[in-house]
Design a protein around this ligand. Sequence first.
Ligand SMILES: *[C@@H]1O[C@H](CO)[C@@H](O)[C@H](O)[C@H]1NC(C)=O
Ligand SMILES: *[C@@H]1O[C@H](CO)[C@@H](O)[C@H](O)[C@H]1NC(C)=O
Ligand SMILES: *[C@@H]1O[C@H](CO)[C@@H](O)[C@H](O)[C@H]1NC(C)=O
Ligand SMILES: *[C@@H]1O[C@H](CO)[C@@H](O)[C@H](O)[C@H]1NC(C)=O
Ligand SMILES: *[C@@H]1O[C@H](CO)[C@@H](O)[C@H](O)[C@H]1NC(C)=O
Ligand SMILES: *[C@@H]1O[C@H](CO)[C@@H](O)[C@H](O)[C@H]1NC(C)=O
Ligand SMILES: *[C@@H]1O[C@H](CO)[C@@H](O)[C@H](O)[C@H]1NC(C)=O
Length: 433
Amino acid sequence: MEWSVIQRKVGPLLWLLVISTILALFIMHSSSTFSISIKAVLTQSPLVTTSDVSNQSPSLPANTSGVTPVHNSSSSPQLSADGNEEQCDTSKGKWVKEAGASIYTNLTCPTYPDINNCGKYGKDQSYLYWRWQPDSCDIPRFEPETFLNIVRGKKMAFIGDSLARNQIDSLLCLLSQAETPREVSRDSIGKYVTWYFPPHDFTLMVMWTEYFVEARPRIINGTASNSFEIHLDKVSTNWAEKLPGVDYAVLSGGNWFFRGIHLYEEGKMIGCINCRGQNLTEFDVTVTIRRALRTALQYISSCKDCEGLVTFLRTFTSSHFENGSWLTGGYCNRTRPLNETRILLDDIAWEIRKIQLEEIERVRRQESGGKMRFGVLDVTKAMMLRADAHPGDHWTKKSKASVNDCLHWCLPGPIDMWSDLLLATLEKNFLPS
Ligand SMILES: *[C@@H]1O[C@H](CO)[C@@H](O)[C@H](O)[C@H]1NC(C)=O
Ligand SMILES: *[C@@H]1O[C@H](CO)[C@@H](O)[C@H](O)[C@H]1NC(C)=O
Ligand SMILES: *[C@@H]1O[C@H](CO)[C@@H](O)[C@H](O)[C@H]1NC(C)=O
Ligand SMILES: *[C@@H]1O[C@H](CO)[C@@H](O)[C@H](O)[C@H]1NC(C)=O
Ligand SMILES: *[C@@H]1O[C@H](CO)[C@@H](O)[C@H](O)[C@H]1NC(C)=O
Ligand SMILES: *[C@@H]1O[C@H](CO)[C@@H](O)[C@H](O)[C@H]1NC(C)=O
Ligand SMILES: *[C@@H]1O[C@H](CO)[C@@H](O)[C@H](O)[C@H]1NC(C)=O
């Protein structure tokens, strides 16, 4: 089977590559990490993997599908993101052809990041002409004015890794069609950046974290390595201490859990990921993601200074390397979305999504008084189908790094749909009172 071959070849340690240019800076940055210890309720017993998790990295080849053009922008039933209204599951649907591309281009977005400029580096542009159509409702195309009016006077933070950055870059381009954002602060390595939209008094922030919890590169023989030490019960203060004052937080993550990681709880090493031969308890990636996410959500839900905070979790998205991985020549040169019948819902990406939804459900159940609210941007399946929308070999660093990027998303592109979904979810369920 084509896909099993591909799955087996995706390596565990290579997620870093695309962002390798900032690795050294990151190490300097994270070595000054402090942490807030919280009493996370971590009842999960460690599951020892029965298989090598390094072989389970998501990768989803399939045949392409012929889809008929459809457009239906009539009003939709409630989205499911608030956990009460379940009439419309935006995670079920299909990509349909659409004549109109995005509302922005690489020429009309003032904050446009060259790293996602797939068109400039020669990528065929047919991936632009698709729209996500949920089975039981519509997600309207993003309207920057509508969004800015909803978030007037608010602060929104995207908290996560390079895919959170990818998402905020998409949102910035969308919003800049109505109002030009002003960059108001940036740390020395661009991992914490704040933009401001003066007429709407709207603040948009990106906060970098790989794991949500305290993490340090593992020092091997005096040198920082590609592997990490993470404390599953200690939220990373890097983002956590900046949370008070934020009105909307969009969390995302997962891709960094596939490398070598030593795991700690209560200051003691409890096991590891990808550490065969070290006589340690091997943890499953999914179990580890659950614990780290639970610590983050627990922190947010018990945060005293986070009055009125609404938190969204953007669900996991997989990479689409075929016939190799980051370092072994894997590529992603498809020119159409995958045929839905060919994606694997027993893929680890789907499992991670399930865990993310369960943890959101769990923290919702604990909520009392309705002060804090949690929503989901469920994009996993929609993005599983978009093997055609990564930079592949059409990106800035290709000539230097000679690797393909089959993890991040071209701009414009299907990642813009995450903002469609964010706006629709805000409108339906989380309008400020
Ligand atoms: C998807 O693939 C299946 C099996 O190969 C095929 O029967 C079906 O027609 C395809 N669907 C589309 C929309 O092409
Ligand atoms: C659009 O959707 C509405 C309900 O969601 C349905 O009544 C209508 O027939 C649809 N229109 C088209 C053109 O499919
Ligand atoms: C913008 O993208 C187009 C393809 O859509 C490409 O031909 C062009 O070179 C790009 N321009 C810049 C300035 O990046
Ligand atoms: C650390 O250095 C020692 C001595 O140079 C060497 O034997 C050992 O293999 C090194 N360990 C690692 C993990 O590189
Ligand atoms: C593995 O660790 C256990 C407990 O720490 C120890 O008893 C055992 O001897 C170790 N085995 C090897 C092969 O090092
Ligand atoms: C991957 O490689 C196999 C054998 O080398 C080939 O049959 C297949 O078409 C390749 N897949 C793609 C998407 O190029
Ligand atoms: C993708 O790349 C592979 C290997 O270079 C090639 O065999 C295949 O034809 C390409 N597919 C497309 C659609 O360009």
